[in-house]
Design a protein around this ligand. Structure first.
Ligand code: FEO
Length: 401
């Protein structure tokens, strides 16, 4: 099945309703996703990207039901990751020798995954272009580290479509295809989740690339990413969001995350959440028990927050493995400019708070000294430390006695 994008450009991708995770189990998908591929039928017939390996036979069969595959003049591989290059083996078996336009790094990533098969790669760099007839051409724009070294975007003149690859995408299945037809609340939740969990580590490159893109002065009527909706209604709105999100983004929001053995650390977590609301009623507070929460969504809230409070009881001179794993994922996402505080209960040795503080500092949080470290169960004296911890996170002076 194809869906018309504009004039002679169609979507020929795969709506993946069943997919539940991505990048191993690092990214949880709750509402399906799509791998978007596009077919351009001008004087030249061009396929932009393919779909993930498990769907390659369906993809090729579907494409063959739409056009004679031998009519494809060339393929553009904007990115070598398997969710977009995964059908190349099945496709190229049908049309061997057909040129594949991609970056030099994409040749490495594609051959690294599928082996050297003698495919006819045409290496391109920013500013290179190819005529597709009817007065239109494709212009290639390298998007290095957004989010792989091989990433690029392809711009189609005449119809003014930017095939932006992963950038501006979302993991959500939208059969309606276009951004103006999608459920707006879900769309924006998924767009920021995608940015927080996939692109945030590369925010400095996003911040650098957006002005470079603007400097090319290419009119953009449509942004067609590789996942989720096609942005046809005010497409620059997602570009403006990326400009904000790449600039050490934060809202008036604090996220409290913890795990607990016998509810003592949970009690401190909730006392901190209540105190945030008491001291700063407009600040949005979210509380997550790490092992039973969706870590992709938790990290989205951390991305939106100006501060976090992280709790773990001491377990055998360390912290709970759930919290350790969570911290490791937070390290990957390279958050910047956010405060953090630590808390936790202990029975005898009590190292967890110091370990949490050290780990949070190491992964880029601005750790405040104020903490709550409670022996066995939090008592009155322990909970009396909560206002100071919260004031430090909010940047407030401690309340006068
Ligand atoms: Fe959607 Fe980086 O692959």
């Amino acid at each position: 099945m194809r869906k018309l994008v504009k004039n002679n450009v169609s979507w020929v991708g795969f709506l993946d309703w069943e997919i539940e995770n991505f990048h191993g189990y690092d990214y949880n998908i709750r509402r399906g996703s799509s791998q978007n591929a596009y077919l351009i039928e001008e004087e030249k017939t061009v396929l932009i990207d393919t779909v993930w390996t498990p769907h390659q036979n369906d993809f090729v069969k579907n494409l063959a039901s739409e056009i004679d595959l031998k009519k494809i003049d060339f393929v553009v591989a904007n990115h070598g990751e398997a969710d977009h290059s995964g059908s190349l083996p099945a496709l190229m078996a049908e049309i061997p020798g057909t040129p594949i336009y991609c970056t030099a790094n994409a040749v490495k990533s594609i051959e690294g995954q599928y082996g050297k098969r003698g495919w006819n790669f045409r290496v391109v760099k920013t500013g290179d272009s190819v005529d597709i007839g009817n007065g239109k051409k494709l212009i290639f724009i390298e998007m290095r580290m957004l989010h792989w070294p091989d990433s690029m975007a392809t711009y189609m003149t005449g119809d003014n479509i930017l095939f932006s690859m992963d950038a501006f995408g979302q993991h959500i299945a939208v059969s309606e295809l276009f951004n103006d037809l999608a459920d707006q609340s879900l769309l924006w939740q998924e767009a920021i989740k995608y940015y927080a969990n996939i692109l945030n580590p590369f925010s400095p490159m996003v911040a650098k690339k957006l002005p470079e893109l603007a400097a090319l002065e290419l009119p953009i009527d449509i942004i067609a990413p590789s996942h989720g909706v096609v942005w046809r209604d005010d497409p620059m709105q997602i570009v403006e969001k990326y400009a904000q999100w790449s600039a050490d983004y934060q809202e008036d929001r604090i996220t409290v995350v913890y795990d607990t053995m016998w509810e003592g650390t949970a009690q401190i977590a909730h006392a901190i959440a209540d105190e945030i609301t008491r001291q700063s009623p407009d600040t949005v507070v979210k509380v997550y028990k790490i092992p039973t929460s969706d870590k992709t969504e938790v990290m989205t809230d951390v991305f939106r927050s100006k501060a976090v409070a992280v709790g773990s009881p001491t377990a055998v001179n360390g912290i709970l493995s759930s919290v350790a794993g969570w911290l490791d994922y937070a390290r990957e996402l390279k958050f910047k400019g956010k405060k953090a505080a630590a808390f936790g209960c202990y029975g005898w040795s009590g190292e967890s708070v110091k370990i949490l503080q050290a780990r949070l500092a190491e992964i880029g949080f601005e750790v405040v000294e104020e903490n709550v470290r409670a022996n066995w169960k939090p008592g009155e004296a322990d909970l009396a430390l909560v206002p100071g911890l919260v004031a430090a996170l909010l940047g407030n002076k401690p309340a006068e006695e």
